[in-house]
Design a protein. Structure first.
Length: 152
């Protein structure tokens, strides 16, 4: 999708502060509030803006530990992939799931309180996922960089 200069400014500002009022946003991009609102609504309608969220501090809500889980399935048949993905969506402790190329099938990011909490997730959820041949877990020691703004 092609964005003009004003679309880029709107998207950059909203990525940095999704709570900007339309009036403040319009002022910063030098548009009337009605023209700015039309642009934002178009970007939302076209799916460029997928939603608005509050970004929480994982430690403050008891999820300070990120675990990256490599999963290999015993089959890459479509029904096996679909069953696995359905089960993953049901687990509230899995925050990300990516279908991968290369030596593993999926990469998950699990957010837990600590190693004991991860053991609970492993026993109650990960070990019960369908069609799993192998699970390998790596604990993140600390977050070095996490971008939330896509430069346009």
């Amino acid at each position: 999708m092609d964005f003009d200069r004003i679309d880029r400014q709107i998207l950059t500002l909203l990525q940095k502060d999704g709570r900007l009022t339309n009036a403040a946003l319009a002022d910063q991009v030098h548009l009337s509030p009605s023209a700015c609102l039309r642009r934002v609504q178009r970007l939302e309608r076209e799916g460029v803006i997928a939603g608005y969220v509050a970004v929480l501090d994982p430690a403050a809500v008891g999820r300070a530990t990120s675990v990256f889980v490599e999963v290999s399935l015993n089959s890459q048949r479509e029904d096996a992939l679909e069953a696995f993905e359905r089960a993953v969506r049901e687990c509230p402790d899995i925050f990300e799931c990516h279908l991968m190329s290369g030596g593993l099938d999926y990469l998950l990011r699990v957010a837990v309180e600590n190693t004991q909490d991860y053991e609970r997730v492993h026993k109650q959820h990960l070990s019960r996922l369908p069609n799993v041949a192998r699970i390998r877990s790596s604990f993140a020691l600390r977050n070095v960089c996490q971008r939330r703004v896509i430069e346009l």
